[in-house]
Design a protein around this ligand. Structure first.
Ligand code: GLC
Length: 412
């Protein structure tokens, strides 16, 4: 029996669990330098020098419209944008500090523009908020001085309150960087999140205020968290969260899709980052790849979105590819094409039909006790976008594939 709190979580998480794929946006003063969002800290840039960036930042009006349009086109269902990163510059019209986008260079509420863009393109809205703050005068000494801690925590709670009360319904609160304070008690996170939930009863909160809340946030790797715990892997597109033209190791659509598959197969979500240029433009490399992802997902989306189940314990890895699972259907993502015939071993359930999402054609198959043979396939992988062809294997009950101990083969 689920507790009341668990049932409530199920309700608010419903859309999120079906959405699977979101866009992370890192945008701030650091975008103007173009050397990573940690540049202020890593290069020890004096605060007075860095602050000047606030006055000269002139992003294009409503740049977020393009992001939302791209996210939508790429098959993403939600966005999460940095309302304040570690640098401390607030992108919204805050009363807590003058170091904000309305009072300084941009002269506009960039969070408002982002919210409007998400709504226009039917995307759920997430706010990233960094607890760590390199600009706030108490951001460091809060660790040693109780009065400073109280001031800093008050500032933090007030910022979060503003974000949760000024923009209508917000879907996700994505905390980050709980430093230097190291416990939820010191941040007064319970109180803060109770306030958030009062203002936004449907909001989903991540685990980075040092409380578990609604979902875990593995970063830089896609590894399912334990059964029953919701999780979202976040990943850079090119090894930097903030805009950084010299970071040229862009993940290919193929790599991104494999990560998305791993997330979906483990009942998790995948948040892919883009660091827009200071004017708000997306790097060309991101645009090209997002378009490919969108085209691929428009054909193969049913293997990703919706009530996808964990494959763990039900399906086995294969040399030619791997799986997602949804009810009575197993989706085989074939990324290493082996030719006109494909054999999959170990099914204990009976296949009724095989359909190729990529070609839109039914596939011939023969199933014996230990082996499933797909035949009459094209000689080359028919997916021209990412080289990942998906077969839907339809069963009359939940599929089960067991290859048994790895030393075991079959006779004859
Ligand atoms: C890392 C980075 C930080 C970024 C975050 C996103 O912690 O240091 O800059 O915002 O990842 O999850």
């Amino acid at each position: 029996m689920k507790t009341k709190a668990e049932r409530e979580r199920d309700k608010r998480m419903r859309w999120w669990r079906q959405a699977r794929f979101g866009m992370f946006i890192h945008w701030g003063l650091y975008s103007q330098i173009g050397r990573h969002e940690w540049v202020m800290n890593r290069e020890r840039i004096p605060l007075s020098d860095y602050e000047r960036l606030a006055d000269i930042w002139k992003p294009e009006p409503r740049a977020a419209r393009f992001w939302a349009k791209m996210a939508r086109q790429a098959g993403m269902k939600y966005m999460v944008m940095t309302t304040k990163h570690h640098e401390g510059f607030c992108l919204w019209d805050t009363q807590q500090t003058d170091y904000n986008a309305v009072k300084r260079g941009p002269g506009r509420d960039l969070v408002k523009e982002y919210v409007e863009a998400c709504r226009e393109f039917g995307l759920k809205i997430g706010f990233y908020y960094s607890l760590m703050d390199w600009h706030h005068p108490d951001g460091v000494n809060c660790l040693y001085d109780e009065k400073a801690r109280q001031r800093f925590v008050k500032f933090t709670h007030n910022c979060v309150r503003e974000l949760c009360s000024r923009y209508g319904r917000i879907d996700i609160l994505w905390y980050d960087g709980p430093a230097p304070l190291r416990t939820p008690e010191l941040w007064e996170s319970r109180k803060m999140n109770a306030m958030v939930r009062k203002l936004q009863p449907w909001i989903i909160i991540n685990n980075r205020s040092l409380l578990p809340e609604d979902f875990g946030t593995p970063e830089g790797h896609v590894t399912p968290e334990s059964e029953g715990r919701d999780w979202e892997a976040c990943m850079t597109f090119n090894d930097s969260w903030g805009y950084m033209p010299s970071a040229i190791d862009w993940k290919s659509p193929r790599q991104v899709l494999e990560m998305l598959r791993t997330a979906a197969a483990g009942s998790g979500n995948f948040l892919l980052n883009v660091g827009p240029a200071p004017d708000g433009a997306f790097p060309q490399e991101a645009i090209e790849r997002l378009k490919v992802l969108g085209r691929w997902l428009s054909k193969h989306g049913e293997a990703v979105y919706g009530d996808v189940d964990r494959i763990e314990g039900r399906l086995e890895w294969m040399p030619a590819g791997n799986w997602t699972l949804k009810g009575n259907n197993a989706y085989f993502w074939c990324s290493r094409w082996v030719g006109q015939e494909l054999v999959i071993g170990g099914f204990q359930t009976k296949v009724q039909r095989v359909f190729c999402l990529t070609t839109g054609q039914p596939v011939n198959f023969r199933q014996s006790e230990k082996r499933l043979l797909l035949s009459g396939l094209p000689a080359r992988n028919p997916d021209s976008e990412a080289g990942i062809t998906v077969f839907r294997l339809e069963f009359n009950r939940k599929p089960l594939q067991k290859l048994g101990p790895c030393c075991q083969v079959i006779d004859g």
